[in-house]
Design a protein around this ligand. Structure first.
Ligand code: MN3
Length: 189
């Protein structure tokens, strides 16, 4: 991944979601509300928060699970759960990257923890994510996500989403994903 793409992605695109989210929230009563529970209860018509709240959440997660250190591996707990659910880390990689690669148009690929505490792979369009109970087929807590909007890779990879995804795989911060996994599993009890 290259510096220019990341600077534009973070400084322009992500900042734009935050600015528009603030506009959408202006004047609302936010007592006791978090971004997570707002996203969980969104309906079809809540476009501004869906796009910009989703955009903010998704990009915050995305930056947190990237690392300059290459070749990290999942810890034992997460690695074990991945092997149990998907067969092996290699099988998971194939499914996850292929799910992200074949997302039609703009969107995200996800690894999430469902209400049953089990891992699942999905993809969502635009800035939707698996927290959005009323708007997604499979609902859960995302622990790993990859942005497959063209703005995430176009400068360096042009239309080569697959090359971008292979590069992405090498710079996943598995320590952070592992922490998110444990927190998500603890939450569903
Ligand atoms: Mn993006």
């Amino acid at each position: 991944m290259d510096t220019e793409t990341m600077q534009i992605h973070h400084g322009k695109h992500h900042a734009g979601y935050v600015r528009k989210l603030n506009t959408a929230l202006d004047g609302m009563d936010l007592t006791g509300k978090t971004l997570n529970n707002m996203l969980a209860t969104l309906g079809e018509g809540d476009t501004a928060i869906r796009n910009n709240g989703g955009g903010h959440y998704n990009h915050s997660l995305f930056w947190s699970i990237l690392t300059p250190q290459t070749g990290m591996q999942p810890n034992d707990k997460l690695g074990g759960a991945i092997a149990e659910t998907f067969g092996s880390l290699e099988d998971f990689k194939t499914l996850f990257l292929n799910t992200a690669k074949t997302r039609f148009g703009s969107g995200w690929g996800w690894l999430s923890v469902g209400a049953d505490g089990k891992l699942f792979v999905s993809s969502t369009p635009n800035q939707d994510n698996p927290l959005m109970t009323n708007l997604v087929e499979q609902n859960g807590t995302p622990i790993l996500g990859v942005d497959v909007w063209e703005h995430a890779y176009y400068l360096r990879y042009q239309n080569l989403r697959g090359d971008y995804l292979s590069n992405f795989w090498n710079i996943i911060n598995w320590e952070e994903v592992g922490k998110r996994y444990l927190a998500a599993v603890a939450k569903v009890g």
